[in-house]
Design a protein around this ligand. Structure first.
Ligand code: MC0
Length: 150
């Protein structure tokens, strides 16, 4: 069951400048940052609020590490902006299978590693009314690398 908006992914050309915009304009601070080589992104997570299931919602700022990555291709075509929306679930495997059973293309056979040790998969935007949609199961708190070092 999808229980919350985990994050909104925003593609940008310059991560540091974009982080500074969100800090200076809204006061949002970087909660966690990392490079995900598999996805071809350098990212910063800005924590917006906690939720009653113990999760949180984030803005995820994404700068491509290579032009042929998903974000690199998207930026070249569209410029900066909202790249995807991610729904949080306790069971990404089960929810991905349920969605697949409804005829929506799930892009990965098995969930892959996402931000802060989460497990993620994506749904094809052409099957979701133009919205690249991600399903996320957060890492348990003890496995969350950001709990020790943001
Ligand atoms: C592509 N399309 C999109 C889109 N990306 N539509 C809406 N939102 C997006 N973000 C559309 C294109 O405009 C095009 O439509 C069609 O989909 C095919 O796109 P393409 O440029 O030819 O690219 P493909 O087919 O090679 O790849 C598209 C696909 C890819 C969605 C399969 O981007 C993908 O695998 N995405 C999932 C992984 C990802 O996005 N990773 C980055 C975030 P037309 O009409 O022109 O045919 S990583 C992340 O977020 C992690 C770190 C995390 O959350 O923890």
């Amino acid at each position: 069951m999808l229980t919350r908006i985990d994050h909104i992914g925003i593609a940008c050309f310059d991560l540091d400048r974009t982080v500074e915009f969100y800090r200076a304009t809204y006061g949002f601070e970087v909660y966690h940052s990392e490079v995900n080589e598999e996805q071809g992104v350098r990212e910063a997570m800005l924590r917006i609020n906690g939720t009653d299931d113990g999760g949180a919602s984030y803005l995820q700022l994404l700068e491509p590490t290579r032009e042929d990555s998903a974000v690199g291709k998207w930026l070249a075509k569209n410029g900066e902006g909202v790249h995807h929306i991610a729904f949080g679930t306790a069971d990404v495997d089960g929810d991905a299978e349920a969605v697949r059973g409804k005829g929506v293309r799930v892009l990965y056979d098995e969930p892959r590693t996402g931000s802060m040790g989460s497990r993620i998969t994506f749904l094809h935007p052409k099957d979701c009314h133009g919205v690249l949609t991600e399903l996320v199961t957060s890492a348990p708190p003890s496995a969350d690398p950001s709990s020790a070092e943001h």
